[in-house]
Design a protein around this ligand. Sequence first.
Ligand code: GLP
Length: 244
Amino acid sequence: MKIIIKKDYEELSKVAASIIGDELKSNPNMVLGLATGSTPIGTYNELIRMHKEEALDFSKVVTFNLDEYLNIPYSNPNSYHYFMEDNLFKHINVKAENIHIPDGNAENVEKFCIEYDKKIEETGGIDLQILGIGENGHIAFNEPAPTLPLETNITELTESTINANSRFFDSIDEVPKKAITMGIGSIMKSKKILLLANGEKKADIIAKILKNKVVTTHIPASLLLLHPDVTIIMDEDAAKGYLE
Ligand code: GLP
């Protein structure tokens, strides 16, 4: 596991975007795995800047998002469909037909989950997956649990995640309690993974993962220790516990 520590969020976002940009320049058809949450916004802003100022070309890129809430209208700014359009897609030249986001409103969600993994495989698999991390160590919506499904699945959010995500909603009651998420196996099949973490709130979980050096489904992100090509990019605040 490669660890990059940057001074602050801005620097972290720049490094993440430049890694993605380099990958994209060497493979214009890349399959890019995308994440939501506040962490990747700076990276997306930098990618948008590179598209506008440096002609970074997304016209052949295929994207797969990690997750989406269940039964949320996509006109709701808190839906991940809305988030992606607003924070990235509408600002770059990615083709609409190349964008994939789990459909939390699918008529048959179970069937959708199976097809989502199939589609990822048919494209040749994810070349580079961007990940954030929850304060409890979740990745995508793979929450701490005794066992974790490998494939894309419907999952219940933990109280910790509902609380953390309630900051985006008017009240905690409005936060969806279920979501579709790529499974741990779907994520681990990615050829390369970039895990981004910023802020003090992430310091404890990052320290636990990097210092304990054990894997446990109770910290889903710890499973990334088994992946052959993961880079963690964090700012000094998130690295505090690790550096202590
Ligand atoms: C959400 C998302 C995750 C994200 C996490 C952290 O629950 N499903 O993909 O990594 O929250 O969010 P943030 O980046 O806002 O801290």
